[in-house]
Design a protein. Structure first.
Length: 79
């Protein structure tokens, strides 16, 4: 049975060289970021990262919609 570290090593080995990102383009993006007058608070790099963030935002939006009335019900009345 693999221990957690072993599982992570196996995952990393299987994922190696399968990433969609180009290291040279990443370096260019980092240089651009470093030179930015007004850099972003967060910069998602790579199509896989953008897709995961978009999915997370959709999930948060769905949950907010489902619980909106409860969320808003905690304010003082009349404010």
């Amino acid at each position: 049975m693999l221990k957690p570290v072993g599982k992570m090593r196996g995952f990393a080995a299987a994922a190696n060289h399968q990433q969609p990102g180009d290291p040279q383009r990443l370096a260019q993006a980092i240089v651009q970021l470093a030179a930015a007058r007004k850099p972003p608070t967060r910069l998602a790099l790579g199509s896989d990262t953008v897709a995961r963030i978009e999915e997370k935002h959709r999930d948060v939006e769905r949950e907010l919609d489902l619980w909106r009335s409860v969320s808003l019900s905690t304010d003082f009345k009349g404010r």
